[in-house]
Design a protein around this ligand. Structure first.
Ligand SMILES: Nc1nc2c(ncn2[C@@H]2O[C@H](COP(=O)(O)OP(=O)(O)OP(=O)(O)O)[C@@H](O)[C@H]2O)c(=O)[nH]1
Ligand SMILES: C=C(OP(=O)(O)O)C(=O)O
Length: 212
């Protein structure tokens, strides 16, 4: 089964506010873009992925991610993360194709294509399924079969909400790269330990230089 992934990304100047202790206002937008680039590049390399669509109003991010091969959908003005995902999934199904859709976070800089494939292949067994984040409270991926709506409820504590809304929680070993989102400095260190993509590695090196 081949999936379309929808990846939400808010304007880079507003992104990753919880990383402000680790990256200052000048460096944080570039770090958020690097996370998204490494996430999208790994997703596009995944055998279970047909295409990746980023929903964003950020012009620079849109250009850079389109250059990697992602489709770009504009946000619904002022509507927030879950409305953006609903809008992107509906746009994909109306304009591209009517197959299975999964929402994937944009902050998975250690993402490995083979691990993502295993997650999506397991998700294909259920109408709706999700993968909890590394911290065990949030969600990094929410998948819906072709016949199902995504019904996203991302945000703090989303693991419990996705379960309550009937999505099956995926329990897989050795998919750490799909679960390791980066919200804090500790998360960034954990992602670096797993091994991040080239753009995040370069952005993290700039952080170290700025600290000296
Ligand atoms: N398109 C779109 N994406 C959003 C929106 N709000 C959040 N996102 C994205 O959804 C994901 C999770 O969002 P948040 O946890 O709220 O934001 P974040 O930038 O990851 O981190 P913080 O600023 O520290 O909360 C990130 O990839 C965001 O860029 C929105 O209104 N529209
Ligand atoms: C939006 C989410 O992720 P985070 O807030 O950790 O970025 C979530 O886990 O639902």
């Amino acid at each position: 089964m081949q999936w379309t992934l929808v990846v939400p990304l808010k304007p880079l100047a507003e992104a990753k506010s919880r990383l402000s202790d680790t990256a200052n206002d000048a460096l944080r937008p570039g770090l958020a873009l690097a996370f998204a680039q490494d996430t999208v590049a790994a997703a596009l390399a995944c055998r279970a992925v047909r295409d990746v669509v980023v929903v964003t109003d950020d012009a620079l991010a849109g250009r850079e991610l389109a250059a990697l091969g992602a489709g770009i959908v504009a946000d619904e003005p002022g509507s927030g993360l879950n409305a953006a995902l609903v809008h992107a999934a509906a746009t994909v199904r109306a304009l591209w194709h009517a197959g299975p859709v999964a929402a994937l976070n944009a902050d998975l800089p250690a993402l490995r294509a083979a691990e993502l494939a295993r997650v999506l292949e397991r998700a294909a067994a259920f109408p709706r399924a999700f993968l909890p984040d590394a911290a065990g409270v949030g969600t990094t991926l929410l998948a819906a079969a072709a016949t199902e709506e995504l019904r996203p409820s991302f945000g703090p504590g989303s693991r419990a909400r996705h379960r309550a809304r009937g999505a099956v929680e995926l329990r897989l070993d050795a998919v750490d790269s799909v679960r390791q989102d980066v919200d804090t400095g500790d998360d960034l260190r954990a992602a670096l330990a797993l091994g991040v993509g080239p753009r995040t590695a370069a952005a993290a090196a700039r952080l170290l230089i700025a600290e000296q």
